[in-house]
Design a protein. Sequence first.
Length: 324
Amino acid sequence: MKQILMTGVGSYLPETILTNNDLSQFVDTNDSWIKQRTGIESRRKAKPEELTSDLAVRAAEKALHSAGLAANDIDCIIVATTTPDCTFPATATIVQNKLGAFNAFAFDVQAVCAGFVYALSVANGLMSSGQGKNTLVIGAETFTKLLDWSDRSTCVLFGDGAGAVVLQAEESEDGYGIIANTLHSDGRYKDILYVDGGVSSTGSIGHVRMQGRDVFKHAVEKLAAAMDEVLSIAELTADDIDWLVPHQANVRIINAMQKKLNLADEKVIKTVSTHANTSAASIPLALAAGVEAGKIKPGHLLALEAIGGGLSWGACLVRFGRPG
Ligand code: UT7
């Protein structure tokens, strides 16, 4: 049986840093509210000419390098994004062209902040059925371009960035690679987190709108249930987790998950303070930060989870790297 191994990871953050104090210059907010309620201290912002595909390519190049692969070794590219370069073609095909990965088929996945766990699950399914031996899964966002900068309840929460992983289908020791995943959606909650625009509705891009308190409650409850589910599928317990690599929306949500799983601080990757919520990019950005810091090592069991607009949510267990 082939395993779907995670053999490379990379990330990219735009250069411009916006601190909480920077935001308080033009919207009625302050550093202490943002820090206390969210854990966010700063976020990155892409330049107007910097596109989601540009961020994605930078992250993908690093992931390819860390896996020891070249662009033409890749046969599938999946980009999870809510902020595509254009309505079509898929940002993944633009990334393919910029990378020169012409042996790949490429498409986007849209599940907002849950996009990366959705894309991992889609890749796992395709690769397990023989489509794609070497797949790039990328989460990339220029989310600041979707923000209403006069709405303090949303504009302080988000940032830009990209993260990428290389997945490889290989005969391997059991228990490595993607071990279990679960996906859920509940469209009844569309109105608590959405964008008030779109091609077939307003014809304009629109801005993010959120009822934060409601989303918060759903996040804590649904992510906990999803994590129980993947642990049960894999016949593992929370004690087996080496690293929780959660979606980075709010440190209070992350802390609630950490408490539920009874994990020590040393077992949770937290990047929300300097990345803010980068939507589909947040998990691979956190993953890359964990690997670069020498925390996440081959053989470690990673628990990934995310929730976002839809509502859509999911969780995934991955044993990182290759055996040996
Ligand atoms: O990635 C997708 C998933 N998204 C999430 O997981 C986000 C989940 N939600 C959250 O993270 C939190 O609900 C927020 C951070 C968005 C908000 O925190 P909260 O503790 O739920 O605050 P709240 O919305 O209940 O607002 C409390 C107060 C309000 O004032 P009043 O009505 O009590 O007078 C807000 O107007 O804080 C006020 N407020 C602000 N004050 C200063 C809201 N935004 C700001 C702000 N600066 N930026």
